[in-house]
Design a protein around this ligand. Sequence first.
Ligand SMILES: [Zn+2]
Length: 99
Amino acid sequence: MKSSKKQIATKRMEILFNNALTNAKNNPGLAEKQAEIAKKISMKFKITMPFEIRSSFCKKCKKFIPPGIASKVRLGSKPKSIRITCSYCNHTYRKIISQ
Ligand SMILES: [Zn+2]
C-alpha cells in the first residue's frame, strides 16, 4: 500500500482546509494558519489540490482568500466562467467552466 500515506495526507489536507473555511469569518488568523498547513501538506506529499482549495489561494499574493470573505466570486457567461477577485491585491483569476 504505497498510496495510503498520501490518502491520509489528502484527508488531513481536506479537513484542515474545511476548518479554515469555517474559521475564516470569526477567527481569520487561525484560518490562515490552517490553510497554510493544508497547502504545505499538499506540497510535501505532491497532492494536487482540488479546484475549490486552489481557488481559495490568490495566484498573485498567495494569501488564503476564503470565498465571500477575502475574495469576490462572480459568475460570468459566454464562456461560462467563474471570476475570483482577491481582496488583498485585486488580482482577478478566471476559470472557464467546461461542460
Ligand atoms: Zn492577492
